[in-house]
Design a binder for this molecule. Structure first.
Ligand code: PEP
Ligand code: MG
Length: 512
């Protein structure tokens, strides 16, 4: 058993087998001896599962023959002998493949010669599995990568991963946010882990503490099974009361909204007891698109959202494109500091052809569903808000407080905005000058830094003084450790991933 320390990025626990994603230059597997033998067994099992499926298909016979080769002990004795001589796994497989291909090619009989291709196919597939290509991710694995990107989490969903571990990343990077939204535990900043772990190794991922336990003892396994049971119990209790309001014991009501990124999450949010949509991260609608949406496409999504939540509030956030959410089809020129560059409202004001269809759609949706309003990302100047207001007509406009500049001029912001929402993920990044997605600065991205809390206090006091609603939509709004403080400081709403809503309400109810 061995414990590796990372940082918690998405809470929850998982027990399962490691699958290592290799990126960049792919090297042949370097394992030797028994480690190598274990890896071969694991890869053969994986290939067998695939062949089982393929043998039911049109070319079934071919794959049936491959299956027989996979089970032919003579072939694997050859590989084993090479390992015993000290070869690495990659060398043993490559050289056995070549020997057998040469052998079959030297035979007179055409039928035997065609076997050479089958051998090549099987060995290549095994090597691919061992080298961790995406398409070979097994169902229900714990996916380990140097970097886990938002698009990975979206596209790997079909393999139902139990957890993610990455070498880099930071707690509030968008990939962590998506992992939380999907309820998949994630540990980040685990330096060197892709080289330490082996495919198929048994792991416990502790997304609460940020630990990865490799080959756990029976005792530790039992401890985690118990933790999983208790967490489930609390979740069930919270879930049963998810549609009730969240009122503290002294009678203060705090609304719990949802942060969503697509229509499925809107429906999930309603089902989880959300009392509105705090932010609709509309740029997530583009993750799998090759062009921006047109007005009709926007309109359909926003009207549907407003209808599902009517008459509860729905805040549509204008596209927050840029920084760690680059959108490939936009082909923006690279910037040395993208988080400080053309991002969010800045980009939209420069590129009206992207802004206008979205803004016009929200305006139109608001006519039919007055519960809809707009919220602006990455604001640092009052004129950015005023410019949108000029185009927005009577559509209510909220401002996300995500830069120290907008927090420090909160009195001005409360004059020009209808409501405020503190985006603490970015506010923390810009206050500490620590990249929220930075590979090597994850430990510095610390939401307990007093500077963040000073700014939060200023904004909440400023808004409450002017009678404008202000809430929190950064990830800390869903954290057990920070909820009491946020409520105490005057947050009127907390906006979190749909799946955290029942628990956040539950925690608010337990406050004095
Ligand atoms: C934030 O910055 O806190 C926020 C909610 O916006 P996003 O995470 O989408 O940048
Ligand atoms: Mg933000």
């Amino acid at each position: 058993m061995r414990k590796l320390k990372g940082l918690p990025a998405s809470p929850g626990y998982a027990i399962g087998e490691a699958f290592i994603l290799k990126s960049g230059v792919v090297h042949l597997p370097q394992e030797k001896g028994d480690k190598a033998r274990q890896q071969i067994q694991w890869a053969k099992r994986r290939l067998k599962e695939e062949l089982e499926k393929e043998k039911e298909g049109e070319e079934g016979e071919i794959f049936f023959a491959h299956m027989l080769l996979l089970e032919d002990p003579e072939i694997w004795e050859r590989v084993d002998a090479k390992l015993s001589e000290g070869a690495t796994l990659g060398e043993a497989l490559e050289s056995t493949k070549q020997e057998l291909v040469d052998l079959f090619n030297s035979l007179e009989d055409e039928r035997f010669r065609s076997r050479a291709d089958d051998i090549k196919d099987i060995f290549n597939r095994l090597l691919e599995i061992l080298m961790g290509r995406d398409r070979d991710i097994p169902q229900g694995a714990i996916i380990v990568g140097e970097e886990i990107l938002p698009s990975h989490i979206v596209s790997y969903e079909k393999w139902r991963p139990r957890a993610y571990i990455s070498e880099g990343g930071s707690t509030f990077a968008h990939s962590s946010i998506i992992a939380r939204a999907k309820g998949i535990p994630m540990v980040i900043a685990c330096k060197g882990i892709t080289n330490i772990l082996r495919n198929g190794e048994r792991l416990i991922v502790d997304g609460v503490r940020g630990d990865v336990i490799v080959n756990p003892s029976e005792k530790v396994l039992a401890l985690y099974e118990e933790r999983m049971r208790l967490a489930k119990e609390e979740e069930e209790e919270a879930f049963s009361k998810r549609h009730l309001q969240a009122i503290t014991r002294s009678g203060l009501r705090v609304k719990v909204f949802a942060n969503v990124g697509n229509l499925e999450e809107v429906e999930e949010a309603r089902e989880m007891g959300a009392e509105g949509i705090g932010i609709f991260r509309t740029e997530f609608l583009l993750l799998e698109e090759d062009k921006a949406l047109n007005k009709e496409e926007h309109l359909r999504i926003y009207e549907e959202t407003a209808k599902i939540f009517y008459p509860l509030p729905v805040h549509i956030r204008l596209y927050d494109i840029g920084a760690d959410k680059p959108i490939p089809f936009l082909d923006l020129p690279p910037e040395p500091n993208p988080a400080l560059g053309l991002r969010g409202i800045r980009l939209l004001l420069e590129k009206r052809e992207i802004l206008l269809p979205q803004l016009m759609a929200v305006k139109e949706a608001h006519k039919k569903y007055p519960n809809i309003s707009l919220i602006l990302p990455m604001v640092s100047f009052p004129w950015e808000v005023e410019e949108i207001r000029r185009l927005a007509g009577d559509l209510p406009v909220g401002v996300m407080i995500e830069t120290p500049a907008s927090a420090l001029i909160v009195s001005k912001m409360t004059q020009i905005a209808d409501f405020l929402s503190i985006g603490t993920n970015d506010l923390l990044q810009y206050t500490l000058a620590v990249d929220r997605a930075g590979k090597d600065v994850g430990k510095l991205y610390d939401p307990s830094h007093p500077a963040l809390w000073k700014l939060i206090g200023m904004v909440l006091r400023g808004a409450n003084r002017k009678g404008k609603e202000a809430g929190i939509c950064g990830e800390i709004a869903g954290e057990r450790e920070f909820i009491p403080r946020l409520v105490n400081m005057g947050a009127r709403h907390l906006s979190v991933s749909p799946r955290f809503i029942p628990l956040v309400k539950h925690l608010i109810r337990s406050l004095p």
